[in-house]
Write a protein that binds this ligand. Sequence first.
Ligand code: GLY
Length: 287
Amino acid sequence: MADGRWAIAVHGGACRIPSALQAPRREGCAAAAEAGRMILERGGSALEAVKTAVCLLEDDPAFNAGRGSVANADGEVEMDAGIMDGATLDVGAVACVRFLYNPVETAHAMLREPPVLLVGAGAEAFASSRGIAEAREPVRPATPCGSDHDTVGCVARDREGHVAAATSTGGLAGTLAGRVGDAPLPGCGFYAEDGIGAVSLSGDGEAIARMLLAARVMRALETTGAKAAAAAIFDPMARLGAEAGVILLDREGAIGIAHNSPQFAAAYVREGMDPVSAIVWEQDDVR
Ligand code: GLY
């Protein structure tokens, strides 16, 4: 529906955020939302807005994605990312990439290609074939191994009524080499479909994948409002004793944010309102 109303939400991970990182993560989310706002306000696409916002978060070492990625059990960084165009249902995703500073950029370059997901060296070769700069050395872990399971993501609606979603992560610290979480799996860590909405998740990747959490939220969005759809993460995560956080928007651009983790860095802004950012969200914090 081309009603001219745009909206964007970004997140920087559902977890217990160390106190030194609380302000940087809140500010980083606000800056990424602002970058997306500038694109959407001048009539740019939801797809461009989510790619740009997630690239900024990947460049910010305060977040576990791109340059800020944590180490796996071998002390290496392996990153996953996915992006979806709600207008065409095209998906691009990469997993276990080690040499790409902006995994979401390569995922974005895959959108009009047949594969949905490329892994490791294949994804890096594809990036190279598209002129996307590869690091000569693997991306190094930015933080010591910890227990954080944060991720970054973005959902947006543009003035044409198209929606998009993207999610990117350095994965869970200390996991087995080759482990892939929910972030590059459509229906798990992200999804977008015009006429319904868009969703991006963060949290325990195995639990999110087992519960097809993005798909559940999308199904809820078909029958309920944005706030109620965000709350659809609670029962599945409680059932598995897992933590997650979600940002979403519905077909009209109404936003929902929810988490059962101690904190969830996020920010949002819509046409005609001031931006909002926080690290703890109650249902009524989102207008
Ligand atoms: N949610 C990010 C991961 O589990 O890899």
